[in-house]
Design a protein around this ligand. Structure first.
Ligand SMILES: NC(=O)c1ccc[n+]([C@@H]2O[C@H](COP(=O)([O-])OP(=O)(O)OC[C@H]3O[C@@H](n4cnc5c(N)ncnc54)[C@H](O)[C@@H]3O)[C@@H](O)[C@H]2O)c1
Length: 422
């Protein structure tokens, strides 16, 4: 989808409305002036995600991937199929010395992000870092501040920030369309072992890094950080407490990270965001359900539902009445009991069509624009920071089996953590 179609599909009359809900879209404000410019990018870690990102870079005429770096030859080989002219490096520090590189994309395993990003800012490069940012909140905090000190652009791979369904949904939420938001339920269910095939045993940890504590915090850093960010975006508030639990309940195959986690994030006004993930049942898939007293939004499905829908046609009401009378006359449940099962409410599409893709291409396009102009769009680094910090906080709560508060020393001057609110 190009930007024009996106703005049209988002259904907004003016850019101002759009920017109020999603200020990071300001990255596109100079896209006419930048028409003839080129952002020269180096991709570090062109594995599964890195190649996916390269496929979008390839479609953007304002970009050239001039260098790639990986420590695993098959990934280099795949990357060169997309950008055959790219210069190849095996050590990211060498790539950072390359004067032809304006900006880098980090798509390596989580445990390597911090060093690469810090060194990249020191080398004067702009940085797009895949989520989650780092292994600890402290490292995420230091990355964020390094970006400020360096004065370089800093994007995080939180593509929902650029997904038209989410943008439009947030605009509606912020306008009060669904009343006051009372709860957010997020879940990500899959039914697979999360393993990748390994060509030889010594590559197990390199390829299946997600499954080991040295490189990953499992479902919290891989999946939760996307969904928690939806909660903070909807409420425009950062939750200050979290509790959680995790276990390996199904895939007892030598992995170290949990395959079954739940967290409850608590906002100061008592509203809660739940995150659940199980990877041995996929029936409910994934969703962020945002529950207001007037309606519900499910942005992943691309739909919203009002609480009060049209009354059922007369004959349905009649059947209902007959059934109620029939069951009322049965002795087992008493007259006041009726099951409170979910409404049959088909809802409406947020942007008038079934969602076809997520926001990754626009996220990448926005980064390219920012690299060319050298201007950091508002709030994008802050949203990325809190998404990572909060999923790491949840992980800490799970490990310690305690209610954990957001550490004062790692708060940014942002939303309810702003100095004005203190
Ligand atoms: N935004 C999203 O929706 C999304 C989706 C998938 C993955 N990701 C993120 O992308 C990152 C990569 O995930 P993936 O699935 O592509 O992993 P992957 O294992 O497929 O790819 C990682 C690549 O990095 C290389 N690598 C490892 N250490 C390196 C080093 N020191 N220097 C250079 N290259 C190195 C590996 O050889 C591999 O080619 C992770 O942070 C992950 O969370 C984000």
């Amino acid at each position: 989808m190009n930007r024009r179609t996106f703005i049209k599909n988002a259904g907004v009359a003016t850019g101002a409305v759009l920017l109020a809900a999603s200020p990071w879209l300001s990255a596109f404000s100079e896209s006419e002036h930048t028409k003839k410019s080129i952002a020269r990018i180096g991709v570090i870690g062109p594995g599964s995600r890195g190649q996916f990102l390269m496929s979008f870079l390839k479609k953007n005429p304002k970009t050239d991937v001039v260098a790639v770096c990986d420590v695993y030859q098959p990934s280099i080989d795949e990357a060169l199929k997309i950008y055959p002219q790219a210069k190849v490096y095996n050590d990211y520090r060498k790539l950072l010395e390359d004067k032809n590189v304006d900006a880098i994309v980090i798509a390596t395993p989580l445990n390597t992000h911090f060093d690469i990003a810090i060194d990249a800012f020191d080398a004067g490069k702009h940085v797009f870092c895949e989520k989650a940012l780092a292994m600890t909140i402290e490292d995420c905090f230091n990355m964020y501040h390094k970006h400020l000190e360096a004065g370089k652009v800093f994007f995080v791979g939180q593509q929902r920030l650029y997904d038209p369904r989410y943008i439009r949904a947030m605009e509606m939420i912020h306008a009060g369309t669904f009343g006051s938001i009372e709860a957010i339920r997020t879940f990500w269910y899959r039914n697979n072992d999360w393993r990748r095939p390994v060509p030889s045993p010594e590559l197990e940890r390199h390829i299946n890094w997600r499954l080991y504590n040295e490189y990953s915090k499992g479902l919290m850093t891989e999946l939760a950080c996307h969904q928690i960010q939806i909660g903070t975006w909807a409420l425009r508030e950062i939750p200050n407490k979290v509790m959680g639990h995790g276990a390996i309940t199904h895939w007892k195959d030598g992995r170290e990270v949990y395959d079954n986690v739940s967290c409850i994030y608590m906002f100061d006004n008592g509203v809660k965001l739940n995150f659940d993930s199980v990877i041995s049942n996929k029936f409910y898939g994934l969703e962020e359900q945002i529950l207001g007293n007037l309606g519900t939004v499910e942005p992943e499905k691309g739909k919203y539902y009002f609480e009060d829908i049209e009354p059922a046609p007369g004959f349905l009401q009649l059947i209902n009445d007959i059934e109620n009378r029939l069951f009322d006359s049965l002795p087992f449940a008493g007259t006041s009991w009726a099951p409170e099962t979910a409404n049959v409410n088909k809802g409406e599409y947020i942007i008038g069509e079934r969602p076809k893709h997520d926001g990754t291409s626009l996220n990448i396009d926005a980064f390219v624009e920012a690299v060319i102009t050298g201007k950091q769009p508002e709030n994008v680094a802050e949203e990325g920071y809190y998404a990572s910090a909060l999923c790491l906080l949840g992980h800490e709560a799970i490990v310690k089996e305690e209610i954990i508060s957001f550490p004062e020393e790692y708060k940014l001057d942002y939303l309810n953590h702003s100095s004005k609110a203190k």
